[in-house]
Design a binder for this molecule. Sequence first.
Ligand code: FES
Ligand code: FES
Length: 179
Amino acid sequence: MDSEVTLQVDGATHHVTIDTRTSLLDALRQRMGITSPKKGCDHGQCGACTVLVNSRRVLGCLALAVAYDGAVVTTADGLAPGGDDAHPVQQAFLDNDAFQCGYCTPGQVCSAVGVLDEIERGWPSAAAADVAADPELTDPEAMDREIAERMSGNLCRCGAYKGIRAAVGQVARAGGAVR
Ligand code: FES
Ligand code: FES
C-alpha cells in the first residue's frame, strides 16, 4: 500500500508517494536524494542514520516515514545557517579532529545537537539521574561522562570517540545553545 508523505528537510519541501513500510532513512536517501544520513546497520544499533525531527534526534532506520508526515527534518547538511559558516557542533568536530573516515559523522553531529539540547533542558541520563540538579556538570570529567553516556548510541568504527567527546564538550562549555 502506498501513502503520500510530505517532509520539510533542511529547509526544502519534499512530496513523495512511498510504500507505507518505507523507513524515514530510505525515504530520505532513496526517494529524496538526501544522503547525509548514513545507513550503517539498518537495525537501530549504530546511530549513523540519526537526524533531528522537530528538533529531537531520531534513528531514521527505525522510523516509518508515514509516521512523520508533515514533520520538519534536519540532517547534518541542514544544520549550518548557510554560506560557509559551519554550525557550532560541526566547527567543534573540525577543531577536535572528531572524525576519520567521516561515515558516522553526520549522525554523530545530529546526535550531538540533540544531546546538547537534552542537557540544556535538564533531561536525565543514566550517567546522572537529575542533570538539572547536578552542579558537577561544570566539572569537565562529569561532563565527559554525561556526553559519553548520551552519545553511546552512535558508534564509530574508526574509534574517534575521544575527539567526538571533546567536540561536544567544547560546545557544551560554550553554552550549548545550538538549537
Ligand atoms: S543505520 Fe540506523 S542505527 Fe544503524
Ligand atoms: S569516523 Fe569513521 S566510522 Fe566514525
